[in-house]
Ligand binder design. Sequence first.
Ligand SMILES: *Cc1c(COP(=O)(O)O)cnc(C)c1O
Length: 527
Amino acid sequence: MSGRTPPETSAPEILRGPSGGRATSAPVAGDGTEPSIFELSVAGRRAWSFGATDVPEVDLTSAVGAEHLADAPPMLPEVSERDLVAHMTRLSSRNYSVDHGAYPLGSCTMKYNPKLCDTATTLPGFAAAHPAQPTDQIQGWMELLVGLEDFLCSVTGMHAATLQPAAGAAGELTGLLLMRAWHSARGRQRSKVLIPDSAHGTNPASVTLGGFDVVEVPSDARGLVDLDALRDLVDDDVAGLMLTNPNTLGLFERDIREIAAVLHDAGSLLYYDGANLNAILGVVRPGDMGFDIVHLNLHKTFAVPHGGGGPGAGPVAVSERLAPFLPGPRPEFDAQSGRFEWATPECSIGRVHGWHGNALALARSYAYILANGGDGLRRVADAAVLNARYLQERLRDVFDFPYDEPCMHEFVASAASLKSDCDVRAMDVAKRFIDEGFHPPTMYFPLIVDEALMVEPTETESPQTVEAMAVAFRRIVEEANDDGGAAARSAPRSTPVGRVDEVAAAKKLRLRWTPDDDPGNPTHSKE
Ligand SMILES: *Cc1c(COP(=O)(O)O)cnc(C)c1O
């Protein structure tokens, strides 16, 4: 037939070009990149539909405060619900997470959290309660909080606890304020807090924020606190010592009894950084070692998801002499009325969080503790240490181990030899580990180990997964010996985004889209 137009080979004009939004129904756009949500935007599309409202419409331009209105509406992407869900789902599947697979990040236990604990927090009686409700309506919640405090005290060997702090660092600050209050009540002001050089970075930050000066205690050749150096540093201006145990080299401090004696003789307090309690659960207790203050990270040890800034929970447990200073109000059982009530300790340092902390995080931990029971928690510690020791043994001949002691829940290997032999650094090993299907381990921490690779397999991984990690590390080192390190230096190759410029990413951080990023798209123009 004549006059017939040729079949169309490209999209009609309306679907192309700046105003049309980018065509994408495929799981990944043709060129392998995911468009930004602004590129998917088409004027007039909506991802929601609201029912009719009986609230009268108000013309804001003539309302009080109209001078604060912007000249133009905000530039928001306009997408359908279907496109929005597909976009977000595609993005989410590009992220590695604890639910995807092993995440052997040393110093910050990142382990699988049982789904049972999710379920507990969705019970309407917990989730729908408001913290300002009268106590007779939330007796169950208060019983849970008291029960959790009791448990945390029995597992740490302490006398009382506060559940308010929202993270490990917040627990540290709380502990330091307790230290200050305790010394002040004795009529003295002390200015220094000692911290081993292997400590987690939050320790010195919290000390500074708490108004004390940081004094660093060196590690000795064993990677443990140097006792002689400690003795030289302790004087009557030392408020206390913050000790991480097992320390960040994954080693159990051997001289705790002596350390405690040195500090207590000088009238100083002992603080236990118990962020990684999975190493010692049910085996030893900080209270029995002479510690006065302990913080725990429920978002590491007790089944609260961790990362992205929270919400976490960093309860602080204290010995009897510090209990009167704890933050309040705290839930308490009043034997006379047979009810739970809120009470603030007599010399309380005040609140460290709104209401009662991240309460649903606390409910998760309570569920985790009940589900495991005492014997289950003891097995957590056994498996955490066994997995780490197994992996350390399997890597003994491929990495250096500058502090060659049997590890606890984590260990620190060094890639120093690999660097001098094949120009492959800890960073390259970690990046190549991504291509092996795992999350990379921690690198370059603690600072006292050259080319550090800090690994914690955690207790939640099976022996098969731990062995698979060992094989992956061994393959990376073998490959580097074969190819001079070329593959490792260009890793990762299996990810949507390859090797990034880490310095630029840290120094030129841009988290917000602006119209300048996509000037060609008129859905962002003012009409
Ligand atoms: C994670 C961690 C902290 C800090 O905890 P946050 O919840 O991240 O503030 C402190 N000390 C040690 C040893 C840790 O592993």
